[in-house]
Design a protein around this ligand. Structure first.
Ligand code: CA
Length: 237
């Protein structure tokens, strides 16, 4: 794979330097923007592979940058947030961000997020997530017949568990917020279904995960939502 180009949007010089030094050391190409307007312009002119976007920018809000970029591009966006409030991250994810990093973060965390996003990029480019048969580790979903399998065994899922599983699979690698999931599964109703979502997710995971303590397929983001992880080497029985 040729070197990926990352657009780094960060007004804080020390943080920006930490990111660009890390990218340089690990063989990524990058361009830099220090405010939101510049970010939107650079995204349009350089067509980067991934955007690393600070949410607190001096001119326009990071969430607004996401909305503008999303009007023409599906480029993966990893949000960087200094704010401890989850609501900012949730707004960013609902506006179309793929993942987030909370400041202060380590170089290892940054690299791990980039690797997850790269895997998602490869899946998106191959169109694998849109095929009739979804495969991830031991999990297979046959969309045409509406059946899911774990290894050779058919999973016995309720209709809602199946819809949850498909939603996560179709967005593999992306953090989905509670709001996004409940609206996709239950529709645009006003009720607070986060409680029910937790229950359905627990029963789905009981059927999917080998070990409840160390889930392989579905990652929990406390207070935010869930993500299906791409599995490279499934655990042996
Ligand atoms: Ca900032």
């Amino acid at each position: 794979m040729s070197k990926l180009q990352i657009l780094v949007v960060e007004d804080d010089t020390p943080v920006r330097n930490l990111i660009t030094t890390t990218l340089k050391t690990h063989n990524y190409r990058f361009v830099v923007a220090t405010n939101g307007t510049e970010a939107v312009m650079e995204a349009a002119s350089h067509n980067p592979d991934i955007i690393l976007l600070d949410l607190g920018l001096p001119d326009i809000d990071g969430v607004e940058v996401i909305r503008r970029v999303r009007s023409w591009s599906h480029v993966p966006i990893i949000v960087i947030s200094a704010r401890s409030e989850d609501t900012d991250k949730i707004d960013a994810l609902d506006a179309g961000a793929d993942d987030y990093l909370t400041k202060p973060f380590s170089v290892e965390e940054l690299l791990a997020r980039l690797r997850v996003t790269q895997r998602r990029l490869i899946l998106m480019q191959s169109g694998n997530h849109l095929q009739a048969m979804f495969v991830n580790g031991h999990l297979r979903i046959d969309y045409a017949s509406g059946c899911a399998y774990l290894g050779e065994e058919e999973m016995h899922l309720t209709p809602i568990e199946y819809r949850l599983l498909c939603l996560l699979a179709q967005n593999i690698g992306k953090v989905l917020t509670h709001k996004f999931i409940t609206q996709s599964v239950w529709g645009n109703s006003w009720g607070n279904e986060v409680g029910s979502l937790r229950v359905y997710m627990a029963t789905l995971r009981k059927k999917l995960e080998k070990s409840a303590g160390s889930p392989q397929y579905i990652q929990t983001h406390v207070g935010i939502g869930y993500r299906m992880l791409k599995i490279d080497n499934p655990l042996k029985d």
